[in-house]
Design a protein around this ligand. Structure first.
Ligand SMILES: Cc1cc2nc3c(=O)[nH]c(=O)nc-3n(C[C@H](O)[C@H](O)[C@H](O)COP(=O)(O)O)c2cc1C
Length: 341
């Protein structure tokens, strides 16, 4: 199946089917530590957060999702216009399609026209780095959207469950290492829902990766999506629930921050303001969200995205106040209680 058809099918499945993990993100295992004496004026609570030396109005990265098929241009235009208006960072979907067919470039390039000043990240799969991405290809990805960062996505689970997916993963780490050394913009590495372990995060930090987005389990399951694509043949559930829950990734990987300088993003199943605050309390510098945002685009366009963000902002302000915090920076693990039973 050509990439463009697969990309379209992915979007349709994530909008219309139950593509989620049957286990939680792990955030449900934490309660907030109630503070009966908060000593904070809610009107003074500050929601802005820094990542990669840039200040954003709220710690939600619009995760890499789409591009590379007819119809993707409108979705990317809406996401970009929203990010420009709200000062949020945006990742485009995998740009492999435009490397293979330059006529697909416009569905990505539209984001820079719609968001001339926003922080926008390019995106390519780890498998495309085997043997080196090549200077010309890297320049095309970056220049087409005047990217502020380049995201490399790791998705071995999805590839292996996908019948036509990649089978060789030898050389991806070497490729990340060379990329981080060779390009002038920061490299971000993300998973796509199965999580990044402490051991993998340490290798990435050693390689000079500037931001790690754990994209853990508990939200969209890409094994599930691929199994659903095959449903005509057999109702498979093979490896649907494989992955490290997002909260576990964050508590483990955040420990590396004493030894390495990198930004940490919590994603994979971030669905509520409580998830956002818990992730930041456990040690994330930022969060990211995919499926709920593309769903909002299809449900009601840009106004739906604004409505969702307005709600998250309002609720986070309230939760921070209740915890006695004047900003996300004041949060720490002591604001949470682990549920024991
Ligand atoms: C429709 C859709 C398409 C996606 N395509 C990409 C992609 O091209 N590159 C990538 O790095 N991640 C891609 N992802 C994965 C997301 O960025 C994210 O890591 C994952 O869905 C988990 O987040 P969630 O639970 O908030 O959906 C896609 C997600 C969705 C919903």
């Amino acid at each position: 199946m050509p990439i463009r058809d697969r990309k379209k099918e992915h979007v349709e499945l994530t909008l219309n089917q139950d593509v989620f993990y049957q286990k939680g993100t792990g955030f449900e295992r934490y309660h907030f530590q109630h503070n009966a004496l908060p000593e904070v004026n809610m009107d003074e609570v500050e929601l802005s957060v820094k990542l990669l030396d840039r200040t954003f109005s709220f710690p939600v990265f619009v995760s890499s999702m789409t591009g590379g098929y007819k119809g993707a241009e409108a979705v990317n235009a809406t996401l970009a216009s929203f990010c420009e208006a709200r000062n949020l960072p945006l990742g485009v979907g995998s740009q492999r399609a435009m490397l293979e067919d330059p006529s697909e470039t416009e569905s990505f390039a539209v984001v820079r026209r719609m968001a001339p000043t926003a922080f926008i990240a390019a995106n390519i799969g780890g498998a495309q780095l085997i043997g080196g991405l090549g200077e010309e290809a890297a320049a095309r990805l970056i220049d087409s959207i005047r990217a502020d960062a380049l995201i490399v996505h790791l998705n071995p689970l999805q590839e292996l469950v996908q019948p036509e997916g990649d089978r060789n993963f030898k050389g991806i780490f070497e490729g990340i290492y060379s990329l981080a050394e060779g390009i002038s913009i920061p490299v971000i590495v993300k998973e796509t829902g199965a999580g990044i372990s402490l051991q993998v995060a340490e290798k990435l930090a050693v390689a000079g990766v500037r931001v790690i987005d754990v994209a853990g389990a508990g939200g969209t399951s890409w094994a599930r999506v691929e199994n659903l694509r095959e449903r005509q043949k057999a109702p498979l559930h093979f490896l649907d629930n494989w992955g490290i829950p997002t909260a576990e990734c964050i508590s483990e990987v955040s420990g590396l921050k004493d030894s390495f300088d990198f930004g940490l993003i919590a994603s994979g199943g971030i669905r509520s303001s409580e998830d956002i605050v818990k992730a930041m309390a456990l040690g994330a510098d930022f969060t990211a969200m995919a499926q709920p945002l593309i769903k909002a685009v299809f449900d009601g366009g840009e106004p739906s995205l604004h409505k969702l963000l307005d709600r998250f902002e309002k609720e986070c302000r309230l939760i921070l106040t209740l915890l006695g915090c004047r900003s996300f920076h004041d949060l720490g693990p002591h604001h949470l209680r682990k549920v024991t039973a």
